[in-house]
Design a protein around this ligand. Structure first.
Ligand code: URA
Length: 230
């Protein structure tokens, strides 16, 4: 929300006073005096008026998890363990998953309470590559490369997938890079050739790669530098 709107919403200031407070640089967001009425106030921002705290701001939290097979990418599930069951932190109820994985897919999963950050990561428009290691039942043909680069028509969504990059690693192994996260996207892409995906592992989301020191089921907080990358 814009800072002028944030201040006007408080019962104590009218619009005229808000304009003046900003001109006089008496408002600080995260320690920085602001005069621009369009400056952004987020739920995580600390907003001060002179020496008074108007909003303390809640801490933004970011975690990288090595998702094991056999767990659900949901916050709650009546039958199976969920990825959030693996996060042993206070107050996990405000956390969400940035880019789900199927039940048996393994690898990099990012978990946060910062909705704007996770949107930047997952929106197809930002074109951040999501990189998967894939093992299949049948041999992967060279012709897959061209088909995936052209995009595949998904009738259910009535769309053509964005160009995807395929690197062949072995007869039945490949690395696939996609910029979207459509429902079962990788399995459906290989399914186009009637080739079943037997193993799927997410190695990377944009600039963030799975930390090789994390065993399946382990997680760690992202560093400030990693958070800034998105
Ligand atoms: N594509 C899939 O088919 N499954 C996943 O878990 C991720 C991408």
């Amino acid at each position: 929300m814009r800072v002028d709107r944030f201040l006007s919403n408080l019962p104590r200031f009218n619009r005229q006073q808000v304009r003046l407070l900003l001109v006089e640089r008496r408002i600080r967001i995260d320690g920085q005096a602001v005069s621009d009425p369009r400056a952004e106030v987020r739920e995580f921002s600390c907003v001060e008026f002179d020496d008074e705290v108007l909003q303390a701001g809640k801490p933004a939290r970011y975690f990288m998890l090595h998702k094991p097979p056999g767990c659900v990418s949901a916050t709650r599930d009546p039958e199976h363990p969920t990825v959030l069951d693996l996060i042993h932190e206070p107050d996990t109820t405000d956390l969400h998953i940035a880019g789900r994985l199927d039940f048996n897919t393994t690898g990099l999963m990012l978990i946060t309470n910062d909705g704007a950050w996770s949107r930047r990561l997952t929106q197809p428009q930002t074109k951040l590559p999501k990189v998967y290691y894939v093992e299949t039942e049948q041999d992967i043909g060279e012709h897959y490369i061209h088909t995936f680069a052209q995009g595949l028509y998904f009738a259910f969504e009535d769309l053509t997938t964005q160009p995807a990059g395929l690197e062949l690693l072995g007869p039945k192994q490949a690395r696939l890079s996609i910029v979207e996260g459509r429902y079962h996207q990788v399995k459906r892409m290989f399914g186009h050739f009637d080739n079943k995906v037997l193993r799927l592992h997410r190695e990377r989301m944009g600039p963030l790669a799975l930390d090789a020191t994390l065993a399946p089921g382990e997680y760690r907080a992202l560093t400030a530098a990693e958070i800034q990358l998105i």
